[in-house]
Write a protein that binds this ligand. Sequence first.
Ligand SMILES: Cc1cc2nc3c(=O)[nH]c(=O)nc-3n(C[C@H](O)[C@H](O)[C@H](O)COP(=O)(O)OP(=O)(O)OC[C@H]3O[C@@H](n4cnc5c(N)ncnc54)[C@H](O)[C@@H]3O)c2cc1C
Length: 385
Amino acid sequence: MDSVTQLQLNIPDTTKPRVVVIGGGFGGANAIKYLNDQLIQIILFDKSNYNSFWPLLYQVATAGLQPDSIATPLRREFSNKKDFHFRALEVRQIDIDNKHIITDVGSLRYDYVVIATGSKSNFFGNELIQKYSFGLKSIPDALNFRSQLMQAFERADMTQDPVERRRLLNFVIVGGGPTGVETSGAIAELRKHVLCKDYPHLDLSQMKIYLLEGNERVLATMSVHAGTKAKEYLEKLGVIVKTSTYVDKYDGTTVHLKSGEQIESYCVVWSAGVTGNMLEGMKAEWIERGHYLVDANCRIIGSADIYAIGDIATQKSEKWPTGLPGQAQPAIQMGKFVGKYLNAVGLMSFRSKLLVFTNWIWNYFTYDKGNRLIIRPFVRPEEND
Ligand SMILES: Cc1cc2nc3c(=O)[nH]c(=O)nc-3n(C[C@H](O)[C@H](O)[C@H](O)COP(=O)(O)OP(=O)(O)OC[C@H]3O[C@@H](n4cnc5c(N)ncnc54)[C@H](O)[C@@H]3O)c2cc1C
């Protein structure tokens, strides 16, 4: 493969406004869907060449679905747009003074940027937890977890050591939000329907699935009813749900809880918090707790030409004083809005160019030169000046 130094962005010059969308997930993809490539040159940078349906990622992690069932190639999704240019690369920085996006492959001038880089797991600075636990934020994360899950049963079927078997058969999911609830439920379903057939000689009653949540209830961002029902459902499936429970540390073999309790496990999923995928070069006052603060038009407050949408953005309103929830629908709606909004910018630019052009044609044929304006009065110098 070429080294990045030999690569170039190869994006054609344009006279249209250029909008660069960074991230082609729920937000970015919807922005592009609504952007009009006749008015605007559309650029998409994403480090992956696909976008994923994250709500089903836990199914990939627990061997229920293949990765390609939840992923769509970004180029295919926008193949109907002629002035659309996708490049699979990671954006590192925005040079806001010179209006350039900086990537490993080169830099690109922009007129407008839409940041839609989403979020990543937040380990709250705990390096050991980050090193040894599994995040569930990407397809590679899910495949790593799936391999660990399957390897654990293969090894448990072979070991003679009861402590080792316990570590292999204990699964700990930290964070009782939707991802934690779905993942722990899916592992329990796997035990009930699949593992009992695949491992008839393994005593699966030794397998324990823990769901640990710091709040008083699971699904804390949803209704009390939803949280209660989810807990009942999980417990019926044999998941051990522990609320008001905090993890202190994890060293790869033992989870230490703040209460002093310890759980032996090789397999810990961390779904206890997220933070935005930030880019370098942005002003500190644009950022609040790992998110860009945006106005009602999704423009970063204080910036003239940079927009942020989806999980990376905090859009406060009377109804949502701390911002919209980090979920698919807000990202989709913000993407749609920004796409339509920036079309209006492209239309204005197109209109002004059209106006200049028609004025020129009109003046050319009518000899009606518009240059009779006195822009700066001429003062004749006195003879002796
Ligand atoms: C496992 C899981 C389950 C979920 N379940 C639900 C659910 O059931 N219901 C619900 O409403 N929401 C759910 N969500 C949340 C929902 O998926 C997000 O709120 C939504 O994806 C946010 O959209 P986004 O466009 O902001 O970011 P994303 O969809 O995450 O897209 C971000 C994109 O940016 C790209 N990117 C990031 N950094 C860079 C960079 N520096 N350079 C180039 N590209 C970059 C990434 O590759 C990615 O394609 C779930 C999320 C996860 C992870």
